[in-house]
Write a protein that binds this ligand. Structure first.
Ligand SMILES: Cc1cc2nc3c(=O)[nH]c(=O)nc-3n(C[C@H](O)[C@H](O)[C@H](O)COP(=O)(O)OP(=O)(O)OC[C@H]3O[C@@H](n4cnc5c(N)ncnc54)[C@H](O)[C@@H]3O)c2cc1C
Length: 485
């Protein structure tokens, strides 16, 4: 039975909670409920900003006892706005930023409130890194739980491939450690299955030595877009795993580094980043320079943190956003032509089409080893509509959806779960997991049979046969479960 939430009814919550409780009307409320996508304007009943795992346990138990739904906020970057819901308490993890790096073991234990800029800074102190998002303000939590693609994935695998263990508060209010040896079914599901299985209060990552990088931005006029994408495809075909490759159909910003005649014009940019020596980088990129000499060349040696800042600043605060995406098995001439035309006809100058070369270490992992199904996709097509708040959303979301359709014949079968728009429905979520969906639904039934964690890219629990007990799926012999305190 659901009870309403007032300051008086949260006395019980207050006793076990050392974090902050932020109510509608409090000075901080509007800032605390805001997320990255300014199109999301929702009013949670309460914001519980946790400071510790104990706080998370308290909030989950409190909400469960009262039949309340809660939303979970990590970095707040879900463009669909899953971090916040009207009328539901928000469990805000953004203050949980502890991080401990073990340089000898090459691991990091990281809190769920960290964003990639912070995790990168801590691991780079030791010349180490793990695959992370390409915009520094993105939360490590949501990104890792959805898979995680970035500059390092061809070399080091997806972010979820580098997750070694996680501490999780489950729907029944218990704290579990999930790893290959402890609750391996839960551990499997966390590596791509999103926020469906519990609240992760710590992530343990494998780190890799990453010091030298060479890359940056190559810019071209839009009349050469098709030629440049052909060159991108050619380079992609034989690219070494140390070479990360992104292509973007974008509008050139009014920045000092952009030649004056290109500012505000549609252009095509490539971002190649080679992780290795200058000589190797020059050799890897030579075919690209021969095939398509750029009008703007901002490549050079850079630190990993500089690499990770290459696309920061592309999104101005206060803008409205909508994402949709597709895994592509190929980038054929028809797709290139259609995407170039779609970019030219974009409803907003701020909207972008990004194509990322996949493969490398990501493709070496079997498709059923984690929930991330599209291991053999050659490219990720990410369509990001972005517009000023004064403009109605319809034309922009319609443009994004139509643009995805032009590449449908080249689809590997679904899209990236972390780029699914809120309106895209259960079919898109199911398709995002391909042949792994049924197993995810079974594990959901074992760990969250009542679908308590449902404000997310939801995987409803599979119907359980007979009276089979919860947690029967591959439960670890050692359990690893700690009693509720
Ligand atoms: C500008 C931008 C750049 C991006 N770049 C990349 C990129 O390079 N690579 C990539 O892979 N993705 C990228 N993304 C997508 C990103 O991975 C998702 O938006 C992801 O949800 C962000 O995580 P967050 O913690 O910031 O999100 P939030 O909005 O805070 O959370 C989203 C959802 O994740 C779940 N969640 C969050 N924290 C927890 C937790 N501790 N325990 C359980 N569930 C939790 C919840 O379901 C929550 O509703 C980008 C997004 C944006 C907006």
């Amino acid at each position: 039975m659901m009870t309403s939430l007032t300051r008086a009814t949260t006395d019980r919550l207050r006793t076990g909670f050392a974090g902050e409780l932020i109510w509608p009307g409090d000075e901080e409320y509007d800032t605390a409920r805001a997320v990255w996508n300014a199109a999301i304007d929702r009013r949670p009943a309460l914001i519980a900003r946790a400071h510790s795992t104990a706080d998370v346990l308290t909030v989950v138990r409190f909400a469960r006892e009262r039949g309340m739904e809660i939303s979970i906020r990590g970095g707040g970057h879900s463009a669909a706005g899953h971090a916040v819901a009207d009328g539901a308490p928000m469990l805000d993890l953004s203050a949980m930023k502890a991080i401990e790096v073990d340089p000898a073991a090459r691991t990091a234990v990281a809190g769920p409130g960290l964003v990639w800029r912070e995790l990168d800074a801590a691991t780079q102190e030791f010349g180490l890194a793990t695959t992370g998002g390409v915009v520094g303000s993105t939360g490590i939590a949501g990104l890792t739980l959805g898979g995680g693609i970035g500059f390092l994935d061809r070399l080091a695998g997806l972010t979820c491939d580098n997750l070694l263990a996680a501490e999780v508060v489950t729907a029944d209010g218990h704290l579990l450690r999930a790893s290959a040896d402890s609750h391996p079914d839960l551990f499997w599901a966390l590596r791509g299955g999103g926020g469906n299985f519990g609240v992760v209060t710590s992530f343990t990552y494998r780190l890799h030595p990453v010091t030298q990088a060479h890359g940056g931005l190559l810019g071209y006029t839009t009349d050469r877009a098709a030629e440049v994408l052909h060159a991108f495809r050619e380079l992609s075909a034989g690219a070494p795993d140390r070479l990360a490759l992104y292509a973007g159909l974008v509008t050139a910003p009014p920045a000092p580094f952009v030649p004056e005649h290109l500012r505000g014009q549609r252009v095509i940019g490539l971002i190649p980043v080679y992780f290795g020596t200058a000589g190797e980088a020059a050799r890897a990129l030579a075919p690209l320079r021969d095939l398509a000499p750029p009008v703007l060349d901002m490549t050079g040696p850079m630190s990993y943190q500089q690499v990770q800042q290459l696309t920061d600043g592309q999104n101005q605060p206060g803008m409205h956003h909508y994402y949709t995406a597709e895994w592509l098995h190929s980038l054929d001439d028809q797709t290139i032509e259609a995407l170039v035309a779609a970019a030219a006809g974009a409803s907003s100058p701020h909207s972008v089409i990004i194509i990322k070369r996949m493969g490398g270490a990501t493709a070496e992992v079997p498709a059923d080893a984690t929930p991330f199904w599209y291991r053999d996709a050659a490219y990720n097509l990410d369509i990001h509509a972005q517009w000023a708040p004064t403009s109605p959303p319809g034309p922009h979301t319609a443009w994004a959806q139509a643009t995805r359709q032009v590449a449908r014949h080249a689809s590997a079968g679904g899209g990236y779960v972390n780029f699914i728009g809120a309106d895209q429905g259960p079919g898109r979520i199911r398709a995002a997991y391909g042949g792994n969906y049924a197993r995810l639904a079974q594990i959901k039934a074992a760990y969250d049979p009542g679908n308590f964690f449902h404000i997310n890219n939801n995987i409803p629990p599979a119907a359980r046969a007979g009276n089979a007990p919860a947690r029967a799926v591959n439960a670890a012999p050692d359990g690893g479960e700690r009693a509720a305190s």
